[in-house]
Design a protein around this ligand. Structure first.
Ligand SMILES: [Fe+2]
Length: 279
């Protein structure tokens, strides 16, 4: 089965032309997995999947992981689906969601491999803001000058939950009681994947470079993040209700353009378990 799609930008994204019946066909989903590895972000415009259909698709793509019970503010009324929203009537702990305004990869601080894919359905969109941006971390690595690549080989960085949410906090607040606030993990700056490809591993959560002074390390991490987030490697998705987007989480950073807490924006998220540790 050939998948009908068009690339969105040379380095990232594919817009898939397929109806629900095709999308829920196991043979289609098997082929989609290879396209996901190549294009990083797959967009299914106005597909309008129900929760049941999204869960069925998720189960075809891989092993579903359920973060619903662990994430503050999650709504557990739809098992397996995490509703991402700032709406105070649906989410009583929006602070966690504010962290999504900043470039990050899901699951970097966990003991298990980061989710292989994240899947989002747009149920309600914001009138202003709320677009999601993605950055291709394979392209970010591959396009670095060779000399800079050599300098980065072997370097390791510490990632922390605190660094990830620090931009959301006032200067005098230390949320010591937050679930997971003290989680820190050390990872290579360059991730060599099972298929041999390599990607940069940076993000707001990257806190320091091991063996480097704090200022030098943070300056390097900031420069690499700016490099990875340049327009050539990124795609900004303007959501319409019913859009369904799947991305290769280990190969991408993502963030949302800020939107009003009372905008009504609601995304339904499912996740696929990671298949390879960061190494
Ligand atoms: Fe995220």
């Amino acid at each position: 089965m050939a998948i009908d799609y068009e690339p969105i930008k040379p380095e990232i994204g594919a817009r898939i032309r397929a109806g629900k019946d095709e999308v829920l066909d196991p043979a289609f989903v098997r082929e989609l997995d290879a396209l996901l590895a190549e294009r990083i972000v797959l967009v299914f415009p106005e597909l309008h999947l129900t929760d049941e259909e999204q869960l069925a698709f998720t189960d075809l793509l891989g092993e579903r992981v359920d973060f619903v019970k662990e994430v503050p503010g999650a709504d557990a009324t739809a098992p397996g689906i995490y509703k991402i929203t700032l709406d105070p009537t649906l989410n009583d702990n929006p602070d966690y969601v504010y962290g999504t305004y900043f470039w990050h990869m899901d699951g970097v601080m966990e003991q298990i491999p980061p989710p292989r894919a994240t899947l989002l359905s747009a149920r309600a969109v914001a009138a202003k803001g709320g677009q999601t941006e993605f950055a291709n971390l394979f392209a970010a690595w591959e396009n670095l000058p060779e000399e800079e690549k050599r300098d980065l080989e072997g370097l390791r960085a510490v990632h922390s939950v605190f660094a990830a949410i620090r931009p959301t906090l006032p200067f005098d607040v230390t949320p010591a009681t937050w679930q997971g606030i003290k989680k820190r993990r050390e990872h290579p700056l360059v991730w060599t994947h099972a298929d041999g490809r390599r990607s940069l591993l940076v993000g707001t959560h990257a806190e320091e470079v091991v063996g480097m002074g704090l200022p030098e390390g943070r300056a390097l991490l900031t420069r690499l993040l700016e490099w990875a987030a340049q327009p050539a490697f990124t795609y900004r998705h303007h959501w319409k209700v019913g859009d369904f987007v799947v991305w290769l989480n280990p190969g991408a950073l993502h963030r949302v353009i800020p939107y009003d807490r009372h905008s009504g924006r609601v995304m339904h998220r499912t996740s696929i378990a990671g298949t390879e540790p960061i190494q």
